[in-house]
Design a protein around this ligand. Sequence first.
Ligand code: ASP
Length: 594
Amino acid sequence: MLKDTYCGDLRPADAGRTVRLAGWVHRRRDHGGLIFLDLRDSHGVVQVVFNPDEPESHAVAHRARTEWCLAVEGVVRERLPETVNLNMTTGQVEVTPLRAAVVNESPTPPFYVNEPVEVDEQLRLAYRYLDLRRPEVAAVIRLRHEVVRFIRDFLSARGFVEIETPTLIKSTPEGARDFLVPARTKPGQFFALPQSPQILKELLMVAGFEKYFQLARCYRDEDFRANRVAEHTQLDLEMSFVDEADVMALVEELYTGIANEFAPGRLAASPFPVLDYADCMARYGVDRPDLRYGLEFVDVGEAVRSSAFQVFAGALAAGGEVKAIRVPGQASMTRREIDELTAVARGGGAKGLATIAFLAGGEVRSPIAKFLTDEEMSGLRARTGAGEGDLLLLVADGPAVVAQSLYLVRDELGTRLGLKDADVLSFAWVTGFPLLEWRPEEGRWDATHNPFSGFVERDRPLLDSDPERVVARQYDLTLNGSEVGGGSVRLNNRADQEKVLGLMGYTRAQMEERFGVILRALEYGAPPMGGVGAGIDRLLMSLTGTENIRDVIAFPKASSGLDPLMGAPSPVDPEQLRELGLELSPAARAALED
Ligand code: ASP
């Protein structure tokens, strides 16, 4: 090895040792005579002091520039007390070189590697190998490794077997568009990249492994949305002979362990709260509520049911709702802030946002107060608990619009009022989801999660009479307002699986074509089984407190979905297309020429 010691490891106990170091020039300070080089490697940075009395090594330091790769052999010395730098982990020592050599030069990097400055994303990603030299960027990737290792150790210790499943497969639907790979040897036919290993892990349970896991790459060809990436890594696991509680307990123990190890003291609640889907929608308008703060919705319909105020009474008469958020201490919110929140509510479909501010001395400021009786007003106060200094925000509309618009308002308030404490990890389970939802435009039922989720036995008769009311054996794990995992106890016999696929509108022939493998396998003594798919990227984002998914992935796509590093996607040779039996459409050719 060119080196026998890591720069970042040196401590006072090493004083007097001769060490061979190699790394990159992090900073260089030329004091005319002495040259100070901070040498950086994967363990950290140490100061090397080049003295003109040693002309050979001094000449190397004289030439060297930031980000050059150097090798240095030298003696570790304790620094004089007045030169100790407690901001550096190696700040009590420095190295006096005996020999130094340039391993490789470097042009001036396109951005500072040695300072945590904001750099344009395109540029960072195009030079990701330099971006990853920045210690704070690399630290997240290292943490990811530690978390993944923790997961592997945890599951291996509990008898799970890590099994890789193929990535060139036939479509396994998770509700997204497939990435397709043309098959050269079967012109006109395609592999699909897995949206998840769902079918394969069920086959592993049929095969008798009983406990499987994998850190699986999953591909979903979705249009860009903030913090969605086309390929993500999920902890995928499956167990046999379990029910919901068994899988949830295991996952909770794992995540609690991760939080205690990597984010001590940051867990908001243990055990994790379990919310029922309907209740969750009623209180937060979303199935992945951010529980770091309150601002729950209150149904105030009863207080205004017979109101002369048509906006409320009309919505209720049409089967809608009137719901409020009480914002403590925000009665003095400005007109402008309220206008902005109203725009947010409109974004969720609401026609407006009614406000009532309870000012000091019993004064009420509200554009709608004149339409409400004293009794209605005190009903609103009683139901919401609004007191002096509080602001009530109200929406009246159909349940879906009320949920969506107040969800957006609550989310915005969470941000504006600084309630989203990045230091808090607030996990919750959501259960009790409907199995199916109606797709009016397609005239069929669709799985709310995936077509393999089981249903609660009690609801079996409803499959024929009222499919919408069938409850799935599904559980989602949420963290700080994001879904970080989901899973279910599966359908484990052919008849039930066919029944659900039938409701989803598949004909026998389509079932055979798309799901034949799992339908057949379920005939061969399939065990009860359940599992989970949990996003590793999202988890890392919360652990590190970043809002940007690209921070936790070594080589992410840019927010455009494209890869500025490799320059992908890219056109291919006509010859490759010919081999694959593919031809570009005129539209694709025109787009290429643009
Ligand atoms: N296959 C599911 C998903 O990828 C996870 C699961 O149900 O285990 O979302």
